[in-house]
Write a protein that binds this ligand. Structure first.
Ligand code: TYM
Length: 330
């Protein structure tokens, strides 16, 4: 039997090249070898307040982007999290098997709740819902960016804890899959923080739907250093190193080869070439997005995906309920 892959993206708008190089690109590569389940995690998106109309739009945007980057609904199950009730149901069971101490240590929670004495309960329980997403599908492999490492570790801890208490075969213990080069793309205007959907400045990121002018502006204005040599050194030269990373993953050229190619050349020439590489990679994605975003096909794919996901989810919930002694209906 093929191993199963599960991952998800929040429908919060501004999906950027960090999301693509850290996660979406892996999603596409994995779909030929594994049984893949890819989710649009809308329940995670409401851990912070969202406008209903915007949320609905962003769900369909991410679905269209999934298809635009190359996910094939014949190979992969593509669906919206809240269309499958098992996610919320399993999250409760897992909440009863996780601890406030371990959740308080999650760096994303600390970042997002910083300064406020009382944070939304959903924000605190966010990683438990994420564990439920993964364990609901008996996923073996979870392709994500580095920022999700701690959440994957927590998922493994919860799975092992439940297995020890309720039977070894309650959950499959999953492994994270992190790419070497795309796993942590940094902000263009500040290479010391990761590129993010929510950063205020639009120039901090390149969104997958940016046009050529915006891509050019973001890259040409990207922060570098005054030393002027194109060399990878994340500690001393984080700006140019981040751009080398982006260049390398988009072009498939090793960083060492890029360093050799650009010896003696300035940042200006390097950035100009990088604009071309990124525009070349993103244009087909943008075109395909335009074709499918408003097609009837999109909703049909999501409905079909939810039905297929629900079959797996129901089977897992039957097993979990039986191991825990919950319910009386089979
Ligand atoms: P989200 O929506 O923030 O990000 C989607 C994916 O993009 C990766 N990513 C990055 N990779 C490289 N460089 C960056 N700057 C960068 N920023 C984001 C993320 O690591 C992620 O893989 N909690 C998840 C969504 C989720 C999930 C799941 C993922 C919910 N349930 C179950 C996997 C399995 C999140 O917030 O992703």
């Amino acid at each position: 039997m093929k191993k199963r892959v599960f991952s998800g993206v929040q429908p919060t708008g501004n999906i950027h090249i960090g999301n693509y190089l850290g996660a979406l690109k892996q999603f596409v590569e994995l779909q030929n070898e594994y049984e893949c389940v890819y989710c649009i995690v809308d329940l995670h998106a409401i851990t912070l307040p969202k406008d209903a109309e915007d949320l609905h739009k962003h769900i369909l945007d991410v679905a269209a982007l999934y298809l635009a980057v190359g996910l094939d609904p014949k190979k992969s199950v593509i669906f919206v999290q809240s269309d499958v009730p098992g996610h919320a149901e399993l999250a409760w069971v897992l909440m009863c098997n996780s601890y406030t101490g371990e959740l308080s240590r999650m760096t994303q929670f600390k970042d997002k709740s910083r300064g406020s004495e009382s944070a939304p309960t959903g924000l605190f329980a966010y990683p438990v819902l994420m564990a439920a997403d993964i364990l609901l599908y008996d996923a073996d492999i979870v392709p994500v960016g580095n920022d999700q490492k701690q959440h994957i570790e927590l998922t493994r801890d919860i799975a092992i804890r439940v297995n020890n208490k309720y039977g070894e075969n309650t959950f499959v213990v999953p492994d994270g899959r992190f790419l070497k080069e795309g796993a942590r793309i940094m902000a263009l205007d500040n290479p010391l923080v990761k590129m993010s959907k929510s950063a205020e400045s639009d120039l901090s990121r390149i969104s997958l739907l940016d046009d050529e002018a915006k891509i050019k502006k973001s890259i040409m204005k990207a922060e570098t250093d005054s030393d002027g040599t194109i060399r990878y050194d994340m500690e001393k030269k984080p700006g140019i190193s981040n751009l080398l990373n982006i260049y390398s993953v988009f072009s498939g050229t090793a960083i060492a080869d890029l360093e050799a190619e650009y010896t003696g050349k300035g940042y200006g020439a390097f950035k100009k070439d990088l604009v071309e590489i990124v525009v070349g990679a993103l244009s087909p994605i943008r075109e395909r997005f335009e074709e499918i975003r408003y097609s009837k096909e999109l909703e049909d794919i999501l409905k079909d995906g939810a039905a297929r996901a629900d079959v797996i989810a129901k089977e897992t919930m039957r097993r979990v309920k039986s191991h825990f002694g919950l319910g009386i209906c089979k």
